[in-house]
Design a protein around this ligand. Sequence first.
Ligand SMILES: C[S@@+](CC[C@H](N)C(=O)[O-])C[C@H]1O[C@@H](n2cnc3c(N)ncnc32)[C@H](O)[C@@H]1O
Length: 313
Amino acid sequence: MPKRTNNKPKLKIKTKQKKVKTYGLPEDSSEFSIADETATYGKQQLFKTYYKNEEPYIRLLKGDCVEILNKVGENRVDMIFADPPYFLSNGGITCHAGKMVSVNKGKWDKSKGAKENHEFTKKWLEACQKVLKPNGTIWVSGTTHIIYAVGFAMQELGYKILNDIIWYKRNAPPNLSCRYFTHSTEIVLWAAKNEKSKHYFDYKLMKKTNNDKQMRNVWEMSAPQAEEKKFGKHPTQKPVELLKRIIQASTKKDDLVLDPFCGSSTTGVAAVLLNRKYVGIDLEEEYLDVSRKRLEDTINKPALHKVANKQSV
Ligand SMILES: C[S@@+](CC[C@H](N)C(=O)[O-])C[C@H]1O[C@@H](n2cnc3c(N)ncnc32)[C@H](O)[C@@H]1O
């Protein structure tokens, strides 16, 4: 029996391949870029580059961090510090500079209920996990209001939790109601992208800066001093000292540090002082303005850089 052959001419199917240009999140950086067509959603702009500087490398982006990070390519960032909303703006009171004041920080800090808050936490943690390099790490600060949910979301997403740092605030304000112990700590969770990550830790430097003893996970540091707020106040500003230690412990010179909830850019100030690259994202122009002023002030103090680089944490 003759062999049946298929003599049908082979059709060459041309598939239309859309060329995806990368659009600068900084325009000129290959490290942190976004697909061109996603820079805008219809007529609505997804983000705005609020401020940029080449040397040292700094980008401040105005927009929602989840939307922005979801459009950024994978494996771009060496380290993330995230100080997200703690959802404690519930109309209560607190003590500030010896006075009774409202605890409310802003619309961005209002709780939407446990379920919705957790969904948000998971969304931004997922977006961060994607942009982290395989051996990159993330630090997330929080109080009881969110930190357990953050830890649970990290476990759900397959992060590898490395440490829980207890930041003890030696200058914590008193408790006005006298019905609770005085709150004087925050927790900072440190996690690697996943179980396979070979995370970086400058063990030697941490030991050296701790009188040659292994550094423990309880860090005693004051809340930021007035000098750190001279360009405007952010209601939940972190001390530069805390961020310097975090950056020195987990990054190398020239690494790229991202802060998705940058506020007044404490992370950026510490990154510039330590010769790291920095990308900060925030929704509010008011805070980005404080960020810009603080960063420019830091850039314009070269003598301070040298001191900060020689100094330990
Ligand atoms: C806890 S504060 C960060 C303070 C900062 N660590 C500092 O030292 O100034 C949180 C910041 O996240 C911003 N924010 C809240 N939701 C956001 C979102 N979805 N995307 C980007 N920024 C957001 C708020 O405007 C606020 O400035």
